[in-house]
Design a protein around this ligand. Structure first.
Ligand SMILES: [Zn+2]
Length: 412
């Protein structure tokens, strides 16, 4: 047994209730969560008097101005006092006491009650505050040592905020593609207990499949996301064991709108959108059922989408339409999974350096860079990932003005 593997479940012990922390937040406080979804700490800052404030409010507590701006913050400050909680009225925390919590004073002037990372020195000590997503998908503030988060897996509450692949069983829905192979290798390198690599049309690419099957910890399994029976059959076999599902199955052609025939569009929809729906139908209930199953229970669902799901790329109209459809479905899946604490992580890459983008000029994202971003984001427990320069650039332009970006993409 590898050291990262969790011990077999003791059937005599009580299974933890699938509870999540309280999830209700005000509209203002949801901005804290929105930043945490991408791994950033943002606090309100008054544009009139420059004061930072916490908790989020509708007006500045210093000068009553309503001109508040969410501003990224480095979280550097001091743990001024701390305590250990041994009791909580919240069912979620009741199962997780004792909890280390403390009072933190940030250098920007605000004082905040936060979770305290086990690696922090006892108060008074310098710390760095970070915003993570808790099990209910809301921002939770954790004080880390000054160098930032080290190992989030030492306490169950903090581990719940991440989806570290270490010790977990992972299904990659298309192991044969270049991104699939990179993902499988990255998960094994990150200490995954087991990786199932889905293989559609097993009579094709026998060498690639053999190479996959020879990797230690990897099992190839038949999976065709366009066939409901195939998805159902695999779910019946391994659905109750998958901790992280990574859907990278993709059909990708470059077809502009107005080109004759809908066959390409239909095939893209069948894999990229309907394929996701078939996976949700078969694997969703099993994952939700295992959300509280021991320290390594089911924890995440990852969708490899495209940054052009945000704004269509006319030269690849049908492909980007299918990714936009999948994005909408993934948001509904996230709303559904939030109640049990399964994180739905959406990845929005720009053009990937694979067989289907040979005619696309650089910069392109290497499959290995995509895989590294997925692993790092699972470890950080974030929800939305925009890996690579193109994705970051499109995201920034989309945030600034979706309408201007639409016009700019029309010329590409
Ligand atoms: Zn003010």
């Amino acid at each position: 047994m590898s050291p990262s593997r969790s011990p077999p479940k003791n059937p005599v012990l009580k299974t933890r209730e699938p509870t999540v922390p309280p999830g209700l937040r005000s509209r203002a406080a949801l901005r804290l969560t929105a930043a945490a979804c991408e791994g950033r700490l943002e606090l309100q800052r008054c544009r009139a008097c420059s004061a930072f404030q916490y908790p989020p409010r509708e007006a500045c507590t210093q000068c009553l101005s309503t001109r508040l701006e969410w501003t990224e913050c480095d979280g550097v400050g001091e743990l001024i006092s701390e305590t250990i909680l041994h009791h909580s009225n919240e069912p979620y925390f009741r199962e997780r006491v004792p909890l280390r919590v403390g009072l933190v004073r940030l250098d920007v002037g605000v004082t905040i009650v936060a979770h305290v990372d086990g690696a922090c020195a006892p108060a008074p000590a310098r710390i760095r505050l970070a915003a993570h997503l808790d099990k209910s998908g809301q921002a939770a503030l954790v004080a880390h040592p000054p160098e930032g988060p080290t190992d989030m897996t030492t306490s169950q509450t903090h581990r719940d905020m991440t989806c570290d692949p270490r010790g977990r069983k992972i299904l990659v829905t298309d192991g044969k593609s270049e991104t699939g192979e990179a993902l499988v290798k990255a998960f094994i390198a990150a200490g995954a207990d087991k990786v199932w690599a889905g293989v559609a049309e097993p009579w094709k690419d026998a060498t690639a499949i053999d190479k996959l099957a020879q990797l230690e910890g990897v099992t190839t399994v038949p999976l065709d996301v366009t066939d409901a029976r195939s998805v159902e059959a695999l779910s019946g076999l391994i659905g109750g064991k998958v901790d992280i599902l990574v859907n990278n199955a993709e059909f990708h052609r470059h077809k502009p709108v107005g080109a004759r025939g809908v066959e390409t569009a239909r095939a893209e929809m069948d894999v990229n959108y309907l394929g996701l729906l078939r996976l949700i139908e078969s694997f969703g209930p099993a994952l939700k059922f295992r959300a509280a199953d021991g320290p390594n229970g089911a924890c995440a669902w990852v969708n490899i989408l495209s940054v052009y799901a945000l704004s269509a790329l006319p030269s690849q109209a049908t492909f980007t339409a299918s990714k936009a459809a999948a994005f909408a479905a993934s948001q509904a899946l996230r709303a559904d999974m939030m109640g049990v604490g399964i994180r739905v992580m959406n990845v929005f890459p720009g053009p990937i350096d694979d067989a289907w983008n040979q005619t696309v000029p650089p910069p392109k994202l290497a499959p290995s860079a995509l895989a590294a971003a997925v692993v790092a984001s699972l470890k950080a427990g974030v929800e939305d990932v925009y890996p690579g320069d193109v994705a970051q650039d499109i995201l920034a332009r989309w945030r600034e003005s979706a309408k201007v970006l639409e016009r700019e993409l029309a010329d590409q």
